[in-house]
Design a protein around this ligand. Structure first.
Ligand code: AVJ
Length: 321
């Protein structure tokens, strides 16, 4: 029998993706100018991100996939039997499949994502591959409060999966808020979290300044998106990709830097950029295992096993409730 999936929406009224114009106008009107990286992921941006994951310099995706492959059996034991898996984001089909394949008859999978179209397509694909699995996609922003549909009848606890070091996009206080909410949603289970680790700044720098310029194109794409969707007139070549490791704040920052003094129109409003002024487009926080332990403890979790690679590039950790 072929199941089909139904999209649940947990947003309060408006579509969560409608925030692009409001967020862009707010970013341009404030100082420093900061725009959330969630706006990178239109169709073109998602495809550029997939290309980033294949770059020789961008190690995190490969490192996490090999950890998942190597430790799938052991991880599956921590996830347990008769669990509902909640994934924060629905980015990678490959990662969740590695988990599902290692588990003993998983009953239910609940991916949460702000992009309804991306989510629906991903959920349908997974449903076809796992006909016995109940796939229940939820459209929503997991960085704001949300409620989930009632737990699947055959499940007795909920476990979370938050891969890709996406938690790195949150600043430390937002990460704590996220973990508190996750702990509340996941009562009874735990959270499998994938996090990029602090390392040689040269390696970090290369990962966000690849030689083929794919990361630069990914960064600039948000301006192309604004030109198309927000009736803006950014001159794409007048903004440079700038990415660097901010050591005191333990994060890689990405910016779009104005190469000259210029004016830009967005939705009938005009903004000026001085030469060298930037639109800050992403933070990618890096952690230490000790830092993760202290975040876990502050949010009511206990840090369980931590799986890392030989070079300590990336870690998967189990946060136990
Ligand atoms: C998807 C947020 C984990 O921070 O490394 C990749 C996004 N930005 N290259 C990251 C990203 C530039 C990525 N995350």
């Amino acid at each position: 029998a072929h199941r089909s999936t139904t999209l649940f929406s947990v947003s309060a009224g408006k579509a969560p993706t409608d925030d692009f114009s409001a967020d862009m106008l707010k970013a341009l009107a404030s100082r420093p100018r900061y725009l959330s990286p969630k706006h990178f992921y239109d169709e073109q941006g998602s495809s550029l991100f997939d290309q980033i994951c294949e770059l020789p310099e961008y190690y995190p995706t490969r490192a996490e996939l090999s950890l998942l492959k190597l430790h799938a059996q052991e991880i599956a034991e921590f996830l347990g039997k008769d669990v509902e898996i909640v994934e924060f984001g629905a980015g990678s089909q490959q990662k969740i499949q590695l988990l599902l394949d290692a588990m003993d008859t998983p009953h239910c999978y609940v991916p949460i994502d702000i992009s309804g179209s991306h989510l629906a397509a991903a959920a349908e694909t997974l449903q076809r591959r796992y006909p016995e699995l109940d796939v229940r996609p939820v459209v929503g922003d997991y960085t704001s409060p949300l409620r989930l549909p009632a737990m699947h009848r055959n499940c007795d606890r909920r476990v979370g999966f938050f891969p890709g070091s996406t938690i790195g996009n949150l600043c430390p206080s937002e990460a704590l808020t996220f973990l508190k909410q996750a702990r509340h949603l996941l009562r009874g289970g735990g959270l499998l979290l994938g996090v990029d680790l602090i390392k040689d700044p040269a390696i970090l720098h290369a990962a966000y300044n690849d030689s083929q310029g794919v990361t630069a194109a990914f960064n600039r794409n948000v301006l192309i998106r604004a030109n198309r969707e927000l009736d803006a007139n950014f001159e794409i070549n007048a903004f440079a990709h700038s990415a660097f490791f901010n050591a005191p704040l333990q994060r890689v920052e990405m910016h779009l830097m104005s190469l000259r003094s210029q004016r830009v129109r967005v939705c009938d409003q005009t903004f000026s950029f001085a030469q060298g002024e930037t639109l800050h487009t992403e933070n990618s926080h890096k952690y230490t295992v000790d830092g993760l332990r202290s975040m876990a403890v502050k949010t009511g979790f206990e840090l369980g096993p931590v799986w890392t690679d030989a070079q300590n590039q990336f870690c998967l950790c189990w946060l136990q409730i």
